[in-house]
Design a protein around this ligand. Structure first.
Ligand code: 13P
Ligand code: SF4
Length: 365
């Protein structure tokens, strides 16, 4: 077996040399390989994906894949999900191990366990609270949900998952994204005063006992640093200049942004909705820049204008870490019979995490 090829050999290659290597490696590996690409990936990487999608679609794709190698052009939690759903039988590879998610990092097992314990001093959470984790979270938090009668959700199925949860227990602890939880709860008719925010830096989340008793949803105080850049004023300015324009936002945006938007949904929903528009339509889109730029280029020849919501450039810096150099490096290693950057979730975490993920996939079907 050949030696592992070092990343240094690839770091200085230009993009077109990487392209040639990626195309050649894909041809050699054929059906043994599936490259999954999240919509936030940059063009230079996205164009090599065999399958693209939002977090839900990519999870389903991974679960149904029979490829020997799944190269995940996305972020760490997505590769973990692919490994869990394929029972470790596929080799799941993340081209750059530093491609994490700052929102996912805002919750961890120690803090969530502490929260559960503090809640249990007021009510019995195992009887009254369903823990729901957004898929943007580490595998051990999904396992926590699996172990406590809980479930995972994505931005496409959060409403169905909350309905499932409330059919079982009266309250939900939702982590790590407060905005997805609040936006979904609000649209389901839950009053704002029954959705309290758990500040994980404060004792008992900074809440009174009554606030915990009266809450329908306890929202972890996490957020996405990319989506927090979008402001209601951006929408007001757009509407002033384009009274007939339409606004579409991702539910990771603050409620003030979502409530001013005409449409709210996952990245896949955003693409589907804008693609269905008519010539002359003008859109303001509140989600990551790479997706918006690609959509703008696609829709321009159809006479549809697509505009990024923020006046300043903001993209997901961790999604951006996956570049053609890393992709060429992992693929050339596969051709040489070497697996680098494999993501493996230990079985004691993967099994309960799969329970919570399987429930999510059932709720969607
Ligand atoms: P979706 O693609 O599932 O809408 O999620 C967006 C996101 O932030 C991925 O991290
Ligand atoms: Fe995480 Fe936000 Fe990047 Fe999505 S866009 S991967 S939530 S930091």
């Amino acid at each position: 077996m050949a030696a592992v090829l070092k990343l240094d050999q690839f770091s200085l290659l230009d993009d077109s040399s990487c392209d040639a290597r990626i195309i050649a490696a894909k041809a050699i590996l054929g059906k043994r390989l599936a490259i999954l690409g999240h919509h936030y990936q940059r063009d230079e990487v996205f164009k090599h994906a065999d399958y693209s999608g939002d977090s839900l679609k990519l999870s389903q794709q991974a679960a149904n894949s029979d490829a020997e190698f799944i190269v995940f052009c996305g972020v760490h939690f997505m590769a973990e999900v692919a490994d869990i759903l394929t029972f470790g039988e596929r080799k799941v590879i993340l081209p750059d191990l530093a491609a994490g998610c700052s929102m996912a990092d805002m919750a961890n097992l120690v803090k969530v366990r502490k929260c559960w314990e503090e809640i249990s001093q007021v009510i019995d959470p195992d009887q009254t609270v369903t823990p729901v984790t957004y898929i943007n979270s580490a595998a051990d938090l999904k396992a926590f949900c699996g172990n406590h009668g809980g479930i995972v959700c994505t931005s496409s199925n959060a409403k169905a998952v909350l309905q499932w949860s409330f059919a079982r227990r009266e309250k939900v602890l939702f982590f790590p994204d407060q905005h997805l939880g609040r936006n979904t709860g609000y649209r389901m008719g839950i009053p704002l005063d029954q959705m309290v925010t758990w500040d994980f830096m404060k004792p008992r989340g900074g809440l009174t006992e009554d606030q915990i008793r009266n809450a329908k949803i306890i929202l972890w105080k996490g957020f996405c640093s990319v989506h927090q850049m979008f402001q209601p004023a951006h929408i007001d300015n757009f509407r002033k200049a384009n009274p007939k324009g339409k606004v579409i936002s991702h539910p990771e945006n603050a409620m003030e942004v979502c409530e001013k938007s005409d449409f709210v949904g996952s990245t896949e929903y955003i693409l589907r909705t804008v693609r269905a528009s008519q010539p002359g339509d003008h859109w303001l889109v509140g989600t990551e820049l790479n997706l918006v730029n690609r959509l703008a280029d696609e829709m321009k020849p159809k006479g549809v204008q697509v505009q990024f919501m923020s006046p300043t450039v903001c993209m997901c810096s961790t999604m951006f870490r996956t570049d053609p150099q890393h992709l060429a490096w992992v693929l050339d290693n596969l051709v040489a019979g070497q697996i680098v950057n494999q993501i493996r979730v230990p079985q004691n975490i993967a099994d309960p995490a799969r329970k919570a993920l399987d429930l999510m996939l059932e709720v969607v079907d």
